[in-house]
Design a protein around this ligand. Structure first.
Ligand code: PEP
Ligand code: MN
Length: 271
């Protein structure tokens, strides 16, 4: 084990459980989070959240601030998107997840969104991580696309050391020489994180593969490998979304993923 990992102070104790509303995120549980890449309007968002709840999923995702590779792509609805997220969560009782892109937004977003997500491009933005240490909302920390597991765990340590222990790690694919997929999903990050850290780890099969036809397979792989949850881009009409259509699944595929839930999660004694 390298020097820096052995220096982790906060992630050495028993696995943690993160309580949010009436739900628990942690090693004994499995958390499905699904929803669109970006919030487009309120009616579509509400329709998605209600559909997810009918399927037994009470966590929804959706970006209001988008970090797009090209400056000419849609950058999200901003504050209006946050208002829609809050309204949908209040109306349904569901738990929201949305990406935070700047330390300036921490106070505002902590009031509008239940779980704040740090995107792959911001994993090394330590000033953002320190600000997230000052709030109580759980934080999903995505792995930097070029980061080692050690760098990722140390980024989590920045948030925890700053005062917020409620960190959920999310493996979302790393850069390799392979370009058939958008990134390469590092399944081995699951057992690695379980050995090295007490934090829950979830998998994002959508951004890692970039391919709709792979989502079911990768989701099952994550469940079988002992992940604590999945974050999946889902929409009732994936071909008609503004961003990430090609990796977004519909509710039929989501239902197929859920069909194997008991069997696969049973391997790990998860609820
Ligand atoms: C997202 O989940 O909306 C997202 C942009 O993911 P990533 O930061 O992993 O690219
Ligand atoms: Mn996306």
């Amino acid at each position: 084990m390298s020097k820096k990992i052995s220096d982790l102070k906060h992630q050495r104790s028993e696995p943690i459980e993160i309580k949010i509303k009436d739900r628990i995120i942690g090693r004994d549980h499995f958390t499905f989070i699904a929803g669109p890449c970006t919030i487009e309007n309120y009616d579509d968002l509400l329709k998605i959240v209600k559909h997810l709840q009918k399927m037994g999923i009470n966590f929804f995702r959706g970006g209001a601030y988008k970090m797009r590779t090209s400056p000419y792509n849609f950058r999200g609805l901003g504050k209006k998107g946050l208002e829609y997220i809050k309204k949908a969560a209040d109306e349904t009782g569901a738990i929201s997840v949305s990406e935070i892109v700047s330390s300036e937004d921490v106070e505002l977003m902590s009031e509008y969104v239940d779980i704040l997500q740090v995107g792959t491009r911001n994993m090394h933005n330590y000033r953002l991580l320190w600000e997230l240490g000052k709030i109580k909302n759980p934080v999903i920390l995505k792995r930097g696309m070029n980061s080692t597991i050690e760098e990722w765990l140390l980024a989590a340590e920045h948030i925890i050391e700053a005062g917020n222990p409620n960190v959920i790690l999310c493996e979302r694919g790393i850069r390799t020489f392979e370009n058939y997929t958008r990134y390469t999903l590092d399944i081995s990050a699951i057992p690695a994180v379980k050995n090295l850290s007490n934090l829950p780890i979830i998998i994002d099969p959508s951004h890692s593969s970039g391919r709709r036809e792979m989502i079911k397979s990768l989701s099952w792989a994550a469940m079988a490998a002992g992940a604590d949850g999945l974050l999946i881009e889902t929409h009732f009409s994936p071909d008609n979304t503004i961003c990430d259509s090609e990796q977004t699944i519909d509710f039929d595929i989501l239902a197929e993923i859920l069909e194997k839930k008991e069997e696969l999660l049973g391997l790990w004694g998860k609820k």
